[in-house]
Design a protein around this ligand. Structure first.
Ligand code: GDD
Ligand code: MN
Length: 381
């Protein structure tokens, strides 16, 4: 699935040796059905990147249309090497594609930009030069600093969503995103040596966020840019992509064991809602409160399981099958309930604690045990 033109630079090692020299740049472009934009983009890059800045372009394509053929044709007229990586399995969406491209890159600097001409290629030399000058690992092209704008973001709805998302993201990662005004930008330059490719778990559009949080480049600077109108076609973003972004945020935020435990607790607390609703419904149906309690509890457990599966341990589900995980999860949750009363009795009788503090201690104890058990027995690392 790899095609290189016009230079015979197919082998990344060989290509690396030929292209890489300080200041050289690999432009990584993710594409999904962008056939009408390819020629224009390559033309703009040719016009923008001076010959003294050695450059190669790597397209990482997940298209279902004729974009790959268009890229191969257009590449023949390019003065620099163009590589096409076509993926049959588009894991990770846009972000996954960018990481593939970064792995194939042969230069010290990698510039990531969209394939629809919304990111002006005229800025590529400036991004790299700024990074060299500032000894930075990451240079973000930002719409939110003086001189930048989001002219091409169509409609007040998208502007509001973009603002809200930026605010939420910055509040969740105040330290990692310090100095980055536009963590949602898809246009940036990064030093290859600052990328920890194996530690990345890209999920959808926000690859810059992924890199800033997980690779932690040594120093960050920004350059303003004006987000252009699309040259042709329409945005590939969707409501589904919005949910993917929220999952991405939760995955990043709960990467550390402590944060994961907090997330586990929050999910557990949210389980009270279906539990209570279930209890109410079952008793309204005339069930005695003891069996109703037991059944309603299982509803809470099921709710917790679904959330834990999809939000907290998404990337750790490969070791067991779903029913095995569900069974173990339910067993741990019910053990928690069964253990609580004797534990409270023990704290009161043996340690002489008051009922309230004994209950609190028992809750914390069983919670920690359940979390540790879930990590070790259900979702092996
Ligand atoms: N390989 C691959 N796989 N490429 C994809 C995929 C995918 O699943 N989805 C989208 N792309 C490509 C598109 O073909 C385009 O080249 C680029 O990624 C950006 O996609 P758009 O659909 O044009 O995104 P946008 O304009 O709505 O969003 C852009 O601006 C946002 C800021 O408002 C992107 O740069 C976002 O990352 C950025 O946050
Ligand atoms: Mn776009």
């Amino acid at each position: 699935h790899e095609y290189t033109a016009p230079g015979e630079l197919g082998d990344p090692a060989v290509r690396g040796a030929e292209v890489a020299e300080p200041g050289a740049v690999t432009i990584v472009v993710p594409t999904y059905n962008e056939s009408a934009n390819i020629r224009q983009l390559l033309h703009q890059i040719t016009e923008s990147v001076p010959t003294r800045l050695p450059c190669e372009v790597v397209f990482v394509d997940d298209s279902t249309d004729d974009t790959p053929e268009v890229i191969q044709e257009a590449a023949k007229d390019c003065p620099f090497p163009v590589t096409l990586l076509h993926r049959e399995e588009p894991v990770g969406g846009l972000g996954g594609a960018v990481v593939e491209g970064m792995k194939a890159a042969g230069s010290d600097w990698i510039v990531v930009m969209d394939g629809d001409c919304q990111h002006p290629p005229s800025l590529v030399p400036e991004l790299v030069a700024t990074g060299e000058r500032a000894h930075a690992g990451l240079v973000v092209a930002s719409r939110y600093i003086k001189g930048g704008s989001r002219a091409g973001l169509a409609g007040s709805y998208r502007v509001a969503v973009s603002r809200g998302a930026t605010w939420l993201t910055k509040s969740l990662f105040p330290r990692r995103l310090h100095g980055i005004s536009d963590p949602m930008s898809g246009f940036f330059a990064i030093r290859r040596s600052d990328i920890t490719a194996d530690a990345l778990k890209p999920l959808g559009y926000k690859i810059l966020l992924e890199l800033a949080v997980r690779s932690r480049p040594r120093q960050v600077t920004e350059v303003p840019f004006v987000f252009q109108d699309r040259f042709a076609g329409e945005s590939k973003s969707s409501a589904q992509e919005g949910f993917r972004f929220l999952r991405h945020l939760i995955g990043l935020r709960t990467a550390s064991p402590v944060a994961r435990m907090v997330g586990f607790g929050l999910i557990g607390a949210s389980g009270f809602l279906p539990n209570l609703v279930g209890l109410w419904a079952l008793m309204a149906l005339g069930l005695h409160y003891v069996p109703a309690e037991i059944l309603a509890n299982q509803l809470g457990v099921a709710w917790n399981f679904v959330l834990v599966e999809h939000l907290l341990f998404r990337d750790r589900r490969r070791h067991r099958n779903r029913w095995d995980r569900a069974g173990r999860f339910a067993l741990l949750a019910n053990a928690d309930l069964v253990l609580r009363i004797p534990l409270i009795a023990l704290f009161v009788d043996r340690l002489g604690m008051g009922a309230l503090s004994a209950t609190a201690l028992a809750l914390v104890t069983t919670f920690v045990l359940r979390f540790v058990g879930t990590e070790a027995l259900v979702y092996l690392p």
